[in-house]
Ligand binder design. Structure first.
Ligand SMILES: [Mg+2]
Length: 126
């Protein structure tokens, strides 16, 4: 993993930063930071374990303020060790259900574009 090792961060290795609600925990919209998380999204614990086994540092990014509850949930469902934060961290990649890959072109970025974006768990037009 030479290329990835070159991208090691303060967390000790190449970092994959993963959004909590809608990526690890099933989710259908923000209802506040104290709502109990949903069930794990199928495949999430195994995918995180694969990345951890490959030497990646995993960081969970969440707007929730109860990080202890998030850590307990991750442990309950068998995720590998993952730091929990509400701060953006240096990372090789971000996984987020609300993200858009920026391609260097701002021309299409409009209010209409933003309002038309839908996370995977919400069908278009809702
Ligand atoms: Mg999310």
């Amino acid at each position: 993993m030479d290329a990835a090792q070159a991208l090691a961060t303060a967390d000790g290795g190449p970092t994959v930063c993963i959004d909590f609600d809608g990526c690890l925990s099933a989710y259908d919209g923000w209802r506040g930071g104290r709502v109990r998380p949903g069930l794990p999204i199928p495949g999430a614990p195994a995918a995180c374990q694969r990345l951890a086994d490959a030497g990646f540092v995993l960081v969970v990014l969440t707007a929730r303020d109860d990080h202890a509850a998030v850590r307990a949930w991750l442990e309950e469902w068998g995720f590998p060790p993952m730091r929990v934060t509400s701060m953006k961290v240096p990372a090789l990649v971000y996984i987020d259900d609300r993200a858009h890959r920026f391609t260097g072109d701002w021309a299409g970025v409009t209010a209409e574009w933003a309002m038309g974006l839908r996370p995977w768990w919400q069908s278009a037009g809702e």
